[in-house]
Design a protein around this ligand. Sequence first.
Ligand SMILES: [Zn+2]
Length: 536
Amino acid sequence: MRAGSLRMWLRWCGGAALALLIAPGLMAQQSAPRAGGKPPVHGQAAARLLIRNAMVIYGNGKPAFGPVDILVRDGLIARVGTTPAGDPAPDAIIDATGKYVLPGLINSHMHLQDERGGRPQPLQYEMNLYLASGATTVRDVGSDIEKAKRWRAESAAHTLVAPRILVYTPQWRTRSLSAADLLAPAGASLEALREGIRWAKQQGADGLKFFGMDRDQLEVSLDEARKQGLRTAAHIAVEETTARDYAELGVTSIEHFYGVADAALDGIQDFPPDHNANNEIHRFGRAGELYLQKNLNREKLSQVLDLMIEKQVIWCPTMDAYIASRDLIRSQNVPWLKDYLHPTLEWYWKPDLLKHGSYFFGWTNTQEVRWKKDIQVWMEALREFANKGGLITTGDDAGFIYNLYGFGLVRELELLEEAGFHPLEVLAHATVNGAKLIGMEDRLGRVRQGFVADLLVVNGNPLDNLRVLNPYGVDVVKVGGKVVSNYSALVPGDPAIEVGRGGGIEWTIKEGVPYHVPRLMEEVKEMVTRARAAGK
Ligand SMILES: [Zn+2]
């Protein structure tokens, strides 16, 4: 273990007091020490960590297999299989009997946030929630680049308890354009755009976030990004350029849904005369109608998807970021907000047109119904895109719109199943595809010998219920104390039947360093309780 992480760990834990705070139910889930091996220490890499008796979800969509042992050494997966007789004794053991092990998830669209609207919020709060939800890698597509670079380095050194961080900065634009240019980008010189991208490269960005561009600006920007060897992520607004332009000119990934439906319209968006793109009620309300417009040409939509596939554009939909628009009361009342919602976020989410995504003023049933129908078409497009060979990744874009870090990522997986993907495919989106998106498919995204030991040890089978990945856990049916499928032959009235709690990730292992998820969540609860008591 690195001394730095030990110090930080002690600081967050507050020593022995923490053990008393951990709910007894959560403690019970931790692998009990067994003869011949002790469980790992939270935040401390063991020289030889053995995960014993695990069912493995490999990552690329092939069926689960096991039970097998997984040996972790020097941050890598050293072996997947049977432990040979005479193998040196491990320094720590995770007993994964009855558990599933899968690659750490790649959250391919998120924002590093240590404040909201100018109010502070501990970065650790967000980082704990992401690790607890299984994200071992995050692609930051918009935060302060200086801070992001520092956190990226600290995470790589394991001095910050956090997923691996990739920085895709939008700040290249603010370096190259004046405020006036940003409002009226047509005024920006094309050379200034190139300079901004070169600046980002010099700063050590892993990639670039694009938005709001005319065709000529997009052309030079993507050209310069290619020259600098930087990958690009595009949030397309309603503008001159659509997914067609971005695909033709070689963007790496398209985020959300914007620009895809727009490219399939015969004509343009049917906004009423008073539509104001700076008013988020207008913008988000009507964004949920684009796939429903009468002039949406399904044939054209298929052609746009074909072009995206031909140009190898990856699609990161972040459906969970829009789900409050189709189901507001659910999003406002999910049970985990009670213990885990930081007061800064709670404040930020209150309706206020000056805060991004806080547009829920008098949200109507009609608006929700339109979003529901719109999302159905969007889901069909995603399924068609993947059926034809397109790559989909999973990002949660949380921190806005009643979308809590990490919980949003698990919700995204659920929504992809709703879109028609098998849970194994969904997990491939979150692992192998995510690794391809960031160019790390030779190291990440698979439970494979020689790959980086980013692993999740899950209480339960995510293929049976993706919700077991939710740090809040799930309801389970038990008969005689043993978890069974709710489709098993239950006899009504049998007193041995009970409803219990289960699920949750037990251990999130990042580059060989194990983090105990109940502890991460207890720390989150502590941070929230403290901030609430301080009235912040
Ligand atoms: Zn975003």
